[in-house]
Design a protein around this ligand. Structure first.
Ligand code: LLP
Length: 419
């Protein structure tokens, strides 16, 4: 069974708490996170990479709930953020600013001003115009910002097209072939210290070869730049280690560590990685209740009370998520198209999925929903955002309450001329 969720006496549990009880107490749909699983994932990273001097900066985009941020910060993690919003979340959760790395392809001047004012550890810059904007922001604030320049190493991460980022045709980073010139441009600008190289080649990688290729490009560039008088002292190695959703064999962290050691390990740099999914993905589940079982001509639809607005990954990336009854009632096998109530055919979690038979009222867990689940949610079809629960051992906390319809309506206004 997936990390963090184990079956005891036929009941799927988070920590020692049965998921069926949580569904009853807090309603469905609801996200449940296992604090123990997040902690274990972080500790595995730290054990494998810490000895190489690599700091783990959690990619907040995967799951930005403040409770998750606080838990990880308490373990010693830094944070990788891509917006002023994510930075604000981290600061609100008590993450020290000097542990925050600010990445992102389109930071606005206002965001740069805020990052400089907060005193983040590093800003990762992705274009020449951004360099100029940041230089101006830092000069205006009377400071010098340590920056890394994100290069695009043009390697194929061999992952889903929508989450591959390290090819020339992707919008991210600066082509490795022209990066030298950009470093020199940065070196000449006031207010910024181009001391780092950053890259991130994609997400849900299950193969180490693209990392090896990309880090080799990084090492070459670092050596060249040092020879030209630019003191490269930091390397941001990106995130992207994949998890097991179905039958993938995830990269072993010890093997990842070996690649880092062999490619960039002897440069004497401060290093960091930015994993998101692999810290929280398998630590979360989305619980949903079966509303109807609807037999059709050629298939049987299992209609849940969760939908594509709660978890968009299946429809956006054709992603597989295991879906299991939280209580094993020993019913025989069945095959379902598992769908939500939203008015789109794309509102489908799985097609022709074999699973134990269930009945209306039963609760199912959609697994591996801890990363890119709640954060990508919307209120489409005027469906309020579901709550998020954190379970730690036998403790349960509501770490985001369920949105109410009043919350939803409160942001809107009808103009006076229509009143
Ligand atoms: N660093 C940067 C610069 C990134 O763009 C990303 C993810 C990460 C780190 C973390 O990658 P991870 O370790 O989580 O793979 N919504 C998609 C994934 C989008 C990833 C975007 N960038 C999904 O649900 O699969």
């Amino acid at each position: 069974m997936i990390e963090g969720f184990v079956r005891r006496d036929g009941e799927l549990c988070a920590g020692s708490v049965p998921l069926g009880r949580l569904a009853g107490d807090y309603g469905t749909p609801v996200f449940v996170y296992s604090g123990g699983a997040v902690r274990a994932a972080y500790r595995a990273y730290d054990a494998a990479l810490g000895p190489l001097g690599v700091r783990v900066c959690y990619a907040v985009k995967a799951n930005g709930n403040q409770a998750i941020l606080r838990l990880l910060a308490g373990e010693g993690a830094g944070m990788d953020v891509v917006s002023a919003g994510e930075m604000t979340r981290c600061l609100a959760a008590g993450v020290p600013a000097d542990r925050i790395v600010f990445s992102g392809v389109g930071k606005t001047r206002e965001e740069l001003d805020r990052a400089v004012a907060a005193g983040v550890h590093q800003i990762n810059v992705e274009s020449v115009p951004e360099l100029e904007a940041l230089s101006a922001a830092a000069v205006a604030a009377g400071t010098t910002m340590p920056i890394a320049i994100r290069i695009n190493p043009d390697v194929d991460a061999r992952t889903h097209a929508k989450i591959t980022t390290g090819r020339k045709e992707n919008k991210f980073g600066i082509d490795a072939s022209v990066a030298r010139g950009v470093f020199h441009r940065a070196h000449a600008l006031p207010g910024i210290d181009p001391c780092g190289i950053a890259l991130h080649i994609g997400s849900q990688l299950t193969d180490l070869a693209p990392y090896r290729d990309a880090y080799a490009v990084m090492a070459d560039l670092a050596t060249t730049l040092r020879g030209e008088g630019i003191a490269i002292a930091r390397l941001d190695l990106g995130g992207g280690i994949g998890i097991r959703y179905r039958d993938e064999t995830p990269i072993a962290l010890a093997d990842y560590a070996a690649v880092i050691r062999e490619t960039v390990g002897d440069l004497g740099c401060e290093m960091m990685v930015e994993p998101g999914r692999s810290l929280v993905g398998n630590a979360g589940a989305l619980l949903a209740r079966v509303v109807y079982v609807k037999p059709g001509d050629s298939r049987t639809f299992l209609i849940l009370d969760a939908a594509m607005n709660d978890l968009i990954r299946p429809t956006l990336y054709e992603a597989w998520h295991d879906i299991v009854p939280v209580r094993d009632r020993g019913c025989g096998p069945a095959t379902y198209d598992i769908v939500g109530p939203v008015c789109e055919s794309g509102d489908t979690f799985a097609t022709r999925r074999a699973m134990p038979a269930v009945e209306p009222g039963d609760v199912v867990a959609i697994l591996s929903a801890g990363a890119y689940g709640a954060v990508m949610g919307s209120t489409y079809n005027a469906r309020p955002l579901p709550p998020e629960l954190l379970v730690d051992g036998d403790r349960v906390a509501v770490v985001r309450r369920r949105q109410t319809l009043d919350d939803l309506l409160a942001l809107e206004a009808v103009p006076a001329w229509l009143a």
